[in-house]
Design a protein around this ligand. Sequence first.
Ligand code: DHB
Length: 390
Amino acid sequence: MQKRHFLHATALAVLALGATAAVAAEDTFKIGLILPMTGQQASTGRQIEAAARLYMAQNGDTVGGKKVELIVKDDTSIPDVTKRMAQELVVNDKVNVLAGFGITPSALATAPIATQSKTPLVVMAAATSSITQASPYIVRTSFTLPQAAVSMADWAPKNGIKKVVTLVSDYGPGLDAEKFFVERLLFNGGQVTESLRVPMRNPDFAPFLQKVRDLKPDALFVFVPSGAGAAVMKQFLERGMDKAGIRLIGTGDVTDDDQLNDMGDGALGVVTSHHYSTAHPSLVNKKFVEAFQKANKGMRPNFMAVGGYDGMRVIYEALKVTKGQGGGDALLAAMKGQIFESPRGPMFIDAQTRDVVQNIYLRKVQKQDGQLYNVEFDVIKDVKDPGKNK
Ligand code: DHB
């Protein structure tokens, strides 16, 4: 009798526990943030995680009646790992949204999971144009290489740069940068004497830069992913390319704010085009940079951080509107068309393409208060991804 009673009580307790867990799951909104936290792209993960945590600290973790939970996974920037982690996050953790994606191959590998599970996937870093076409559930808050490269190809020939050699990382974003820069430069009457591609993993820039020195162009146009810029700059200067009269230009990835201040005065005068600079002179950005540095031992936020911060905003606003009802489709619909002032300036998520429309700035490395910054000196407003018209 007593034993039966005990069994009964246990069963009830188990039931009650199950019910609590179910209620808790319903009250929770989970964000699966997959980032490269180790390896070659680790700075991307470090920046985006810090920005996501800052956004949550500033905006609370209760949104639309739900408790927001951030689950961070390190994919080491290996696309198969990214995909497996996304699958586990969707199936086991039942995340409501996938986010992060440090490099293009990771985003592309995960796209089918977003489509199959109808889970919105917010790309905060990767920047190859075609990514948003890989799944109707992908929304992007970073940028696209065509956006940045075309603006540089418009600026260069008007500023004494006619003959250019291009040097890009040999994968999605590099190929986009090369294609759109070259096409537009030729259209503008410029010349491209050579297009060089370096391996994405463990690149050795030395032999390529030697070749560029021999070719003696007016400028070298560079795209390398975030974190690789300092190595390019070092070898560019070591070979005395600047003294040989070759200018360094590129998309802003090469003068990455995460590394710029350590590159030394040799970086002064380098002109790049990009959507975000730590030195962007707006009140919203000043507040962002201040809070980010305060929360991260003085670390300077770069363009990856701003992609993560804005990505969290897009997710939070969509959750506010939907209150977590209606599943992935409702959440996705509420992400489309969002328009707001980012630390980078005005931006919106084009409802048709789910891609970001934003200003692209021309910037020159200058010293301010003893530190190196990408100082904006011109702006091309509301740039849509030129890759979408192809
Ligand atoms: C990508 C990665 C980067 O670090 C970057 O600066 C631009 C693009 C990418 O893989 O898409």
